[in-house]
Ligand binder design. Sequence first.
Ligand SMILES: Cc1cc2nc3c(=O)[nH]c(=O)nc-3n(C[C@H](O)[C@H](O)[C@H](O)COP(=O)(O)OP(=O)(O)OC[C@H]3O[C@@H](n4cnc5c(N)ncnc54)[C@H](O)[C@@H]3O)c2cc1C
Length: 588
Amino acid sequence: MATETMTRGGAWLIEDAPADSVLTRERLNDEQQLIGRTAEEFVDNEVLPTLDRLEQKDWTWARTLVRRAGELGLLATDVPDAYGGIDVDKVSSVIVGEAVGRCASFATTFGAQTGLTITPILCFGTDDQKQRYLPRLVSGDIIGAYALSESGSGSDALGARARAIQQPDGSYVLSGEKMWITNGGFADIFIVFAKIGGEHFSAFIVERGFPGVSTGREEHKLGLLGSSTTPLILQDAKVPAANLLGEIGKGHKIAFNTLNYGRLKLGAMCSGGARLAIEEAVRYASQRKQFGKPIASFGAIRHKLGEMIARQYAVEAMLYRTGGLIDGALAAGHAPAQILAALEEFAIEASILKVSSSETVDYILDENVQIHGGNGFVRDYPAERHYRDARVNRIFEGTNEINRLLIPGILARRAFKGGLPLIPAAKRLMDEIMAPPSMESAGDAPLDAERRAVGAMKKVALMVLGTAMQTYGEKLADEQEVLLAAADIAIDVYASESALLRALRVADARSGQAGTSLHDAAARVFINDAAVRVEASAKTALAAMASGDTLRTLLAALRRLLKVTPINTVELRRQLADAAVERRTYLF
Ligand SMILES: Cc1cc2nc3c(=O)[nH]c(=O)nc-3n(C[C@H](O)[C@H](O)[C@H](O)COP(=O)(O)OP(=O)(O)OC[C@H]3O[C@@H](n4cnc5c(N)ncnc54)[C@H](O)[C@@H]3O)c2cc1C
C-alpha cells in the first residue's frame, strides 16, 4: 500500500507503489514530446552527420553546435526566464538528455555545459553571478566546464591539492592542476574546486581570461574523440572575490549535489545511446545474411536482441519514474533550495540509474559489436565507436563502485536516523520469515507472478540490509563487498518494480488487460532474471555475514521467499526480437 513516504527517496524498498503513481515514457505530455523531438532532430540532422569534425578536434564547430543547441532552447530547460531559460520540468531535461545521448561525444560536451556548469551556478550562485553567466551559458555563447578531479584525487575529490589564498582585497589566488576536464580545450569558464588556506574546500567560477589560467594538451583517449578533455592549470591564477561560488568551506555541497543531478542526466544519455544501438543492431541483423538466412532468424541473435530490449525497457522505466518523482518533489516551486532538496532526496535513485544505465548501455553496445561480427570491429560501421565511447560512463560522475557504495550507504544512514522506516520493516520481516506467504498462492492474473516476485525481492533486500546493519552497525561502511551485493539487490528491486509498473500502466491505458503485450514480455523477462541475480547476490552477502545455524535459517528463508517459478523467457525474448525485426526499430 502506498503512503506519503512514497515521495521519499528509497521508500520503494518498503512500500508498493501503485502503477498510476509513476511516470512512464508513454505518458509524456505534448510539450515534453515536442522538446524531445526537437532535440532528436537536431542531433540526427546536425550533430551526427558532422561527428568527424568533432573527432578531428574542430572545437570551433563544437562551439557552433552548442550555440545551435542554445538557439533551440535545449540548454535552457533548468533555468528560469529571468536568466534566459525556459524552466520546464526535470522530465524535459531527461528527454533532451536521452536525445543528445545519441551522440556520445557531443552529449559529453552538452552535459558539462548544462549539468556540470549551469546547475552549480543556478543552485549556488549569487544573483550577480547568475546574471553574469547564466544567460550566455543558456544561449551557448560561452562554454562551461567543471574542474573537480586531480591526478591524485578522483573518487576522493575532497582530497584535492589545489589551493586558494585569500588576498587582502578579498580576491583569491589559485594554484594547482585539475585533470580530465571535459570541454577543457575551449571552455570559457570553469567551476573550480580548491581549498582556501589549504583547508576549506570551496568552489570558484574561473574565467579562461583570468591571469594564470591555462589548459594543457588534449588527452589521448579510448573513446569520446569528439569531446575535449584536458588538464586545467592554475598558476597563481587571480580570481575576484565576486567569483567565489557558494560559501567558503561548503564546496562539497556544490560538488555532490551537482553530481546527483549529473547522474540522472547521464542516465538519460546512456538510455538514448542504448536506444540508438538497439535500432542499429535490429537493422543489421535483419539485413545481414548467413547460411542463406537473415542472422535475425537465428535463436542466438534473437536471444541477444530480446535481452537488449528487456534490459533497456527497465532502464527507461527507472529513468522516467525518477524524473517524475523529482518533478513531484518540485511541485511547490523551483527555488534553488527546493531543487537541492529534491536532488538530495532522490540521490539513491540517481546512483541506481547511473550504475544500471551505464552497465546496460555497455552490455547492449558489446552485443551490438557481436551482432555486427567483423563489421563490428572496423571503423566503417558505428558499432565500434559506440563501444569505445560508452566505456567511460562507468568511470565518470562517480565510478560505479563509488555509486554502488552510496546506495546502501544512504539507505542505512536514513534508516539509522529514522528518516526511512527500514529497521522496523526489517524487524517485521525477520519475525515473519519463518512462515512467509507462499509465492505461488496468490492470484494468477497476468503479471501477478511478477508482482509477487518484486515483493519477494524487496523482502530479500530488507533481509540483507537488515542483517548487515545489525551485524556491522556503524562499521557497515568497512564491509564493501557486502555493500556491493546489497547495492546490486537494491538496483534489481528498483529496476524490476519500475519495469512492472510501466507495463501495468501501459496495460491500464490500453484496456486494463495485462499479460499479452510486448511491454509485458519485456517486464517479465527482466523480472525473471533479476530474481535469479538477487538470489545469487543475497547468498554471497548472507554467507559473508552469518554461519552455522543462523546462515542455514537465513538461506532457508531466502529459498522460500524467492520461490519464483521460471517462465519461458526464450519464447518471450523471441517475441521481442521478432517484433523489433519486423518494425526495423527498437520497440518502445
Ligand atoms: C573522458 C573523461 C572526462 C572526464 N571529465 C571530467 C570533468 O569534466 N570534470 C572532472 O572533475 N573530472 C572529470 N573526469 C574525471 C573522472 O570524474 C574521474 O576519472 C573519476 O571520478 C575517477 O577518478 P580516478 O580516475 O582518480 O580513479 P580512482 O579514484 O583512482 O579510482 C580507481 C579505481 O578505484 C576505485 N575506488 C576508488 N576509491 C574507492 C573506494 N573508496 N572504495 C572502493 N573503490 C574505490 C574506483 O571505483 C576505480 O575502480 C573525467 C574523466 C574522463 C576519463
